[in-house]
Design a protein around this ligand. Structure first.
Ligand SMILES: [Fe+2]
Ligand SMILES: [Fe+2]
Length: 336
């Protein structure tokens, strides 16, 4: 075969191959690869078209749902409201809250309806006299913890308060969590005690948020908090599992010590040993203090909170002492 003839044969074969490649109907080889003949090819084409239609439909449904949520929110009390829908889920994020004087509420960590005026008329001198062996162990455990605390902090009460609040916020959360799990396990109500204990934990955490504005922890204090939390959380967790009566008594005595510490803090403020600086903004809003409130006002309301925690925990321990479960006695919700 001459080179000219060979060239034309090659071109013919290439043309046939190209026509197979670009043909809309698949070649037998392509059909074999697709594994289902022409039917499968058609199905493949129609599936991709169908999924496109499906996507479009889903988008339309999403848009409709968002519109419906918007319309529902706008209905409200008959007024037209501008509600920002940040996502498909319809979560409102830009609803502006205001204080009583009409100024904007700037905290997202707590809302106006979670604030309160502390009852500072509470008796600060109350004390549970330890009579039983268990009470004495609880009492002397707390007293023995006071000794290293006094040495470590001396009279640096701002720092001391901040550090101790990192511990004080643990028992309420542990107790609340264990009562929650018990309620689930036993198919029974808690008498409101889950909420009461979680409220206490939240209140203690707000004490911490407040004192953070007054004193900043140093690196070794942060390390100490991590170590103490690891030990205390586990100790309290197992202590509460074994004897909630003992656990609540320990907290009752811890709160008695907290009342004492804040009284000493106030003395140093009165004597001018600690500057009576303006109250942090977060404290003014949380306890509804006057705009010109000072650190002394803050410590006064925090001490009142501690006295309430003291009473709640001694009361809870007494309930167990009387052979009852907490659920038998309605919990003191919102007791500040
Ligand atoms: Fe506290
Ligand atoms: Fe407390």
């Amino acid at each position: 075969m001459s080179s000219r003839m060979a060239g034309s044969v090659l071109l013919r074969r290439a043309g046939a191959g190209a026509s197979r490649l670009f043909a809309t109907t698949p070649s037998p080889a392509a059909r074999a690869v697709l594994g289902g003949g022409e039917g499968a090819w058609v199905r493949l084409m129609s599936t991709s078209a169908a999924s496109q239609v499906k996507d479009e439909a889903a988008k339309a449904v999403k848009a409709e749902a968002a519109k419906a949520v918007k319309a529902e929110a706008a209905k409200g009390d008959g007024e037209k409201k501008e509600v920002a829908i940040s996502s498909y889920w319809g979560i409102e994020q830009s609803k502006k809250l205001v204080r009583e004087d009409g100024t904007e509420w700037k905290w997202s960590c707590f809302r106006p309806w979670e604030t309160y005026t502390a009852d500072t008329s509470i008796d600060l001198t109350k004390h549970h006299v330890p009579n039983t062996m268990l009470d004495k162990i609880a009492y002397y455990t707390v007293k023995s913890l006071r000794f290293p605390t006094d040495i470590f902090f001396q009279r640096r009460y701002g720092c001391r308060a901040m550090m101790l609040e990192t511990v004080a916020a643990v028992p309420g959360m542990v107790g609340g969590m264990l009562l929650h799990l018990r309620s689930l396990r036993r198919f029974e109500q808690s008498g409101g005690w889950i909420r009461a204990l979680l409220e206490e934990a939240e209140n203690e955490r707000m004490h911490l948020m407040t004192f953070m504005e007054v004193a900043q922890p140093r690196w070794y204090e942060r390390a100490l908090v991590i170590a103490v939390q690891g030990v205390f959380f586990n100790a309290y967790f197992f202590g509460y599992l074994i004897s909630p009566k003992f656990a609540h008594r320990v907290v009752g005595y811890l709160e008695e010590e907290a009342v004492h510490s804040y009284t000493e803090f106030l003395k140093d403020l009165d004597d001018g040993k600690i500057d009576n600086v303006p109250a942090p903004a977060i404290a003014i809003d949380y306890w509804r203090l006057p705009a010109n409130a000072t650190l002394k006002d803050v410590v006064t309301v925090v001490r009142a909170d501690e006295a309430h925690h003291r009473d709640v925990n001694h009361f809870a321990s007494d309930v167990y002492y009387q052979g009852m479960q907490l659920k038998a006695t309605p919990a003191p919700i919102g007791y500040h």
